[in-house]
Design a binder for this molecule. Structure first.
Ligand SMILES: NC(=O)c1ccc[n+]([C@@H]2O[C@H](COP(=O)([O-])OP(=O)(O)OC[C@H]3O[C@@H](n4cnc5c(N)ncnc54)[C@H](OP(=O)(O)O)[C@@H]3O)[C@@H](O)[C@H]2O)c1
Length: 162
């Protein structure tokens, strides 16, 4: 089973506020779409209902909730982390797409991290856990310094568990 986390993180580890993202980065959304296309994407119920278009097309949307038996149209439901892992695609990469509570619970199970590091602090109510470089090896890094839509720079990073 391959489990990957994909997340965009501010310099202060912020990832969300008021059940929304903190920025609009077209290049990041494009990268997210390319990486996750055709795969399972796994998310908490709050993140699912924060999506502007849902379910996300061309992907199996797995939604995790504590509400027993709850069903959401066109989604695969899971009722615990273990249940979600049991329902994942054994053949392909499964992407954990948030939010904060789901990232925290899946971090011990993940073998790859696709990080977009935004080089600016943001005020937030949801944060990503600290990543230890003792546990993760940086495989790739691409700096983006020419995004005219935003007043900050960012980097696309890929890590694998050591
Ligand atoms: N920067 C990024 O890359 C990124 C990506 C995604 C999301 N976000 C942001 O993250 C924020 C949302 O994160 P969040 O932590 O508030 O919510 P969340 O993780 O998206 O969803 C939380 C919900 O998931 C369910 N859940 C969590 N753990 C569970 C478990 N072990 N068993 C069963 N159900 C479980 C519960 O649903 P029930 O209440 O139904 O039981 C819980 O209320 C938003 O601001 C969003 O924009 C940021």
């Amino acid at each position: 089973m391959k489990i990957s986390i994909i997340v965009a993180i501010a310099a202060n580890n912020a990832i969300g506020k008021d059940n929304d993202l903190l920025w609009h980065i077209s290049r990041d959304l494009k990268r997210f779409k390319e990486l996750t296309n055709g795969h399972y994407i796994v998310m908490g119920k709050k993140t699912y209902f924060s999506l502007p278009k849902r379910p996300l097309p061309n992907r199996t949307n797995m939604v995790i909730t504590d509400v027993p038996g709850e069903q959401i149209d066109d989604c695969l439901m899971a009722y615990s982390i273990e249940d979600a892992i049991g329902k994942m695609d054994p053949e392909k990469e499964n992407f954990i797409i948030g939010g904060g509570s789901i990232y925290r619970q899946f971090l011990p199970y993940a073998d790859k991290l696709y990080l977009t590091r935004v080089h600016k602090d943001f005020e937030a109510d949801t944060f990503f856990p600290e990543i230890s470089l003792d546990e993760w090896e940086l495989l790739e890094k691409e700096d983006v310094t020419d995004d005219k839509q935003n007043d900050f720079t960012y980097s696309f990073e890929i890590y694998r568990r050591k």
